[in-house]
Design a protein around this ligand. Sequence first.
Ligand SMILES: *Cc1c(COP(=O)(O)O)cnc(C)c1O
Length: 458
Amino acid sequence: MMKDTKQIPYKIYLEESEMPKQWYNVRADMKNKPAPLLNPGTLEPMTFDELRGVFCDELVRQELDDTTPFFDIPQEIQDFYKMYRPSPLVRAYCLEEALQTPARIYYKFEGNNTSGSHKLNSAIAQAYYAKNQGLKGVTTETGAGQWGTALSMACAYLGLDCQVYMVKCSYEQKPFRREVMRTYGANVTPSPSETTNVGRRILAEHPGTSGSLGCAISEAVEAALSQDGYRYVLGSVLSQVLLHQSIIGLETKAALDKYGITPDIIIGCAGGGSNLGGLISPFMGEKLRGEKDYQIIAVEPASCPSLTRGTYAYDFCDTGMVCPLAKMYTLGSGFIPSPNHAGGLRYHGMSSVLSQLYDDKLMEAVSIEQTAVFEAATRFARIEGILPAPESSHAIKAAMDEAIKCRESGEEKTIVFGLTGTGYFDMTAYGKFNNGEMTDYIPTDEDLAEGFAGLPAV
Ligand SMILES: *Cc1c(COP(=O)(O)O)cnc(C)c1O
């Protein structure tokens, strides 16, 4: 049944000694740099001194550095990575067979750790720098709960306090995620909450709101600023997070190079852009330097289509408007996506790095409706065994579509996609799908216009 197994194993594992020792900063190779973060008061680029009140110093340095191509991964972070890395690059032989496609499909599986997603790659880095600076703890937000779980694990390992503002609807609907975080010692507060000024303000304006990521970010930032020895950390969107996630792409490239494989198409789901940015970074670097060409596809939910239907503009990163302004493809910070089940893809904006690359036509984007995503997820689970996260299943669906195109054209393309995590905590969503109760929500142009109307005038 399995073709070519002799040449290429089902799973390519690097040796621990082959793991990357440096992260790669794709911004160093970008001719058009991503636009800087702006101070919302002065509209001037944020300085090191302005940012260091919110983020720890080393992370601010990474955030502001558009020119250094490689950053050494501190030994302690390399050691932690070894607890769950290198992650396998899997040749999806069974899926190829089921789709009857001449395409070769590979996926980089990031779900083999307790947090169940790639987010641990940046959580440990951010917690490490906070610890190294002598801080007491960190605050953050979490939507679906993957980021909060990852950060809780990293903080437990390093002995740092971890305060998580969890979007209220997830706090109520995902009690197991909440309890995993608490088991790792984190303090979890449903957001909006009465514990911050911005939370109280949002509650007064929208009584009964079930919260949003943008609102939880505002609360977490306020909590960091109002406690001594605390900083805020963010699980996606920021350039520092893409830098840490480059480990995904660097490992993928090392594994492919070992067998002389060159991908034609690289696919990843895109919420804030961190896994996709990390997966593509070394390949995008080659593309930017004119060494190779790849087709790169970002996949987003049709219910939160920041790249495919958003606008490229400066916007607030959070609902409470306490964060710097970032230039990105955005639906507007006031846009509240309909309650789709890929919680990790519900952010209104996209990483400034990916936004610039997309605007420069160096990558493409597609959007997919959630029933089609769950059809692909279910099919994939039955064929390849892994029960994928709904977020990851956006990439699965797009990869399957590309493989089917190859069947029709007869092309033997090599497709690589990022399988960012597992879906064990998403069984309510799978249940809805299995019962035939899942629906698709696609915002109308009028819905989007409301979000755009709230963009700041910059
Ligand atoms: C958070 C998350 C995503 C989306 O976040 P990005 O920053 O866009 O990578 C995708 N998949 C999983 C499993 C996640 O937890």
